[in-house]
Ligand binder design. Structure first.
Ligand SMILES: O=C(O)c1ccccc1N[C@@H]1O[C@H](COP(=O)(O)O)[C@@H](O)[C@H]1O
Length: 224
């Protein structure tokens, strides 16, 4: 008998109420807010709190930081109950662990995989060093730290990573099925994360693309 798995889905970079509601309606498990002022998807902490307050039970808010200050991370946590932290810059394992301890929130750590030499990136070592992360989020190394809509060569990653993984970087409704098939057995589990691939414009989500994305993930799950 087939035993389909259910890949968890994070959608990121929300700035508008209607988009948050549409993502929940489409079936997102987690909704990300970018708290990084240089990003075109940046929202102030107060705005992230307003948007996160719309989420129903069992849909998790995620707060994305890039090389931010502990005081600001703590302030954001105080404003957004139940949020998971996503560290997407050059944060050290010690910094990430200390922030999780101080705030009581789990964290994801982004691994920025070089586009040209993904096979040279030591993901096993990276995951070992970030052993307190809830999951390692795999993203393409792009200028501006993330949200670049670029894929890295998935098949070059090592197969035995002792961590929960989140695949991101340039995912779309058209390629996410292939990404899940390629990486589903590489870690302890695989979730996916998308931003550019469900957008009508930077920070502006497209309800139809979000539905198509979820349908493509479920197609991959049902083919397992
Ligand atoms: O979205 C941004 O602007 C951003 C800025 C700085 C760091 C990360 C950012 N986004 C995250 O990058 C990945 C991949 O995004 P995409 O699907 O390739 O657009 C994802 O986790 C975004 O939330």
């Amino acid at each position: 008998m087939s035993n389909p798995q259910r890949t968890r889905i994070k959608m990121c970079g929300f700035t508008r109420e209607a988009d948050v509601d549409a993502a929940v309606q489409a079936g997102a498990d987690a909704i990300g807010f970018v708290l990084y002022p240089p990003s075109p998807r940046n929202v102030p902490i107060e705005r992230a709190a307003e948007l996160a307050a719309r989420l129903p039970a069992f849909v998790t808010p995620v707060l994305l930081f890039v090389n931010d200050r502990p005081e600001r991370i703590a302030q954001a946590c105080a404003s957004v109950p139940g949020a998971v932290l996503q560290f997407h810059g050059d944060e050290t394992p010690e910094f990430c662990a200390a922030m999780s301890l101080a705030t009581g929130r789990p964290h994801l750590k982004a691994a920025r995989i070089p586009l040209e030499s993904a096979g040279d990136f030591d993901l096993v070592k990276f995951a070992q060093s970030h052993s307190t992360a809830q999951a390692i989020l795999l993203d393409a190394h792009v200028d501006g730290f993330g949200g670049g809509g670029k894929t890295f060569p998935w098949s070059q990653l090592p197969p035995n990573v002792e961590a929960h993984l989140v695949l991101s970087g340039g995912l779309t409704p058209a390629n996410v099925t292939d990404g899940i098939r390629t990486l589903r057995s590489h870690g302890r589990s695989l979730a996916v994360d998308v931003s550019s691939g469900i957008e009508a414009g930077k920070g502006l989500k497209d309800a139809e693309k979000m539905q198509q994305f979820v349908a493509a993930v479920r197609a991959a799950d049902n083919a397992s």
